[in-house]
Design a binder for this molecule. Structure first.
Ligand SMILES: [Fe+2]
Length: 345
């Protein structure tokens, strides 16, 4: 383990969801193209997979996720982060200021520390070549698994955290100081009536990012999230796809709705971002957003809120490592319009 990667992180292993309506979450996973494959041998926890995105759905009546669901509603109660050596990762994290979670407060056997908003970060060892996966070890195969063709979603590209005013620095220090994340970008986004600042961090192994959003006042989308979610947490997960238009074709007819984009947006965007190889008509029809510079570009789209106030982003990258900063203004204004319609602004 190096000082740059003190916990030996190797990426995201899983995301764990909980909530009062498990059927809703399960149908959502199905709509996105996840297969339901395994169950915990003793607990009401199911395992879903699409390529290298692994979801756990925790329906336990007691324990951490149950308490989390009572407090937050539909939510993300835990994540598993891959590492070389789980015990060594725990020790390194605690030595750098993280707080270990006692065994009786965890739903899983892996070592864990407290993460954002009382969620847990489990350390899960990356299996060596030829060894069974963590799901093969800890879960049993369903007699009747629900298997479907994937919709092109490969990995979690990034997850974004929302935090209250004044806490951005604290959480940035948490990820930097304990796990060795590094700052990659800082943005200041101004809508018409509201604004936010965002501070993006990259994991020490380079495999995923965590942008942290902080509201500028008590009315904007971040503040609305914090009220509904009852505290800080994950605002969105971004699924990486190699072909966003094919993924969106595959999502057609599903209940997943994406944000409406002003047709004016498409008048300028292909001038602002030259070199886009995908069909502009299909990009506009699917209301995909485009961002980039001379070096490359990205295509992205955002769903409406799906899991309480949590939404999903779908992103395709062509030599571009941003988060769609060029779109944040347009998007922020689209969300403001939606807030105005709902009478929040
Ligand atoms: Fe994002």
């Amino acid at each position: 383990m190096s000082t740059f990667n003190p916990c030996g992180l190797r990426g995201i292993e899983f995301t764990e969801f909980c909530g009062p309506d498990l059927d809703h979450l399960e149908s959502l996973f199905w709509a996105f193209g996840f297969s339901k494959l395994r169950r915990h041998p003793e607990k009401a926890i199911h395992y879903f997979r699409q390529n290298d995105i692994h979801f756990l759905l925790n329906g336990e009546r007691g324990g951490h996720s149950a308490e989390f669901a009572k407090r937050h509603g539909p939510s993300i109660s835990a994540m598993g982060w891959r590492c070389d050596d789980a015990q060594a990762a725990l020790q390194a994290a605690v030595a750098r200021g993280a707080v270990a979670v006692p065994a009786e407060m965890k739903d899983h056997p892996w070592p864990a520390v407290w993460g954002i908003g009382e969620s847990l970060i489990y350390f899960v060892e990356t299996p060596r070549a030829g060894q069974p996966s963590v799901y093969e070890r800890e879960f049993v195969a369903l007699e009747r698994p629900l298997i479907q063709a994937d919709k092109g979603f490969k990995v979690v590209d990034h997850l974004t955290n929302n935090v209250p005013p004044g806490e951005q620095q604290k959480w940035a220090e948490f990820y930097k100081g304990i796990f060795g994340f590094t700052e990659v970008r800082y943005f200041d986004i101004q809508g018409v009536k509201t604004g936010l600042t965002s501070y993006a961090l990259r994991s020490p192994d380079g495999s995923f990012c965590i942008p942290i959003n902080q509201p500028k006042d008590d009315k904007d989308q971040i503040a609305e999230y914090l009220r509904e979610y009852k505290g800080p947490g994950v605002q969105h997960l971004a699924f990486l796809t190699d072909d966003i238009l094919a993924s969106l074709d595959a999502l057609e007819g599903s209940p997943i709705e994406t944000l409406d984009i002003d047709p004016d947006y498409y008048r300028e965007v292909f001038e602002r971002v030259p070199g886009v190889r995908e069909d502009p008509a299909r990009i506009q029809r699917h209301q995909v957003l485009v961002d980039g510079d001379e070096g490359g570009y990205l295509l992205q789209i955002f769903t409406k809120n799906l899991i309480g106030p949590i939404f999903i982003e779908i992103i395709q990258r062509a030599d571009h490592l941003g988060f769609g900063e060029g779109n944040f203004g347009a998007l922020f204004r689209s969300l403001e319009k939606d807030q105005e319609k709902r009478g929040v602004l």
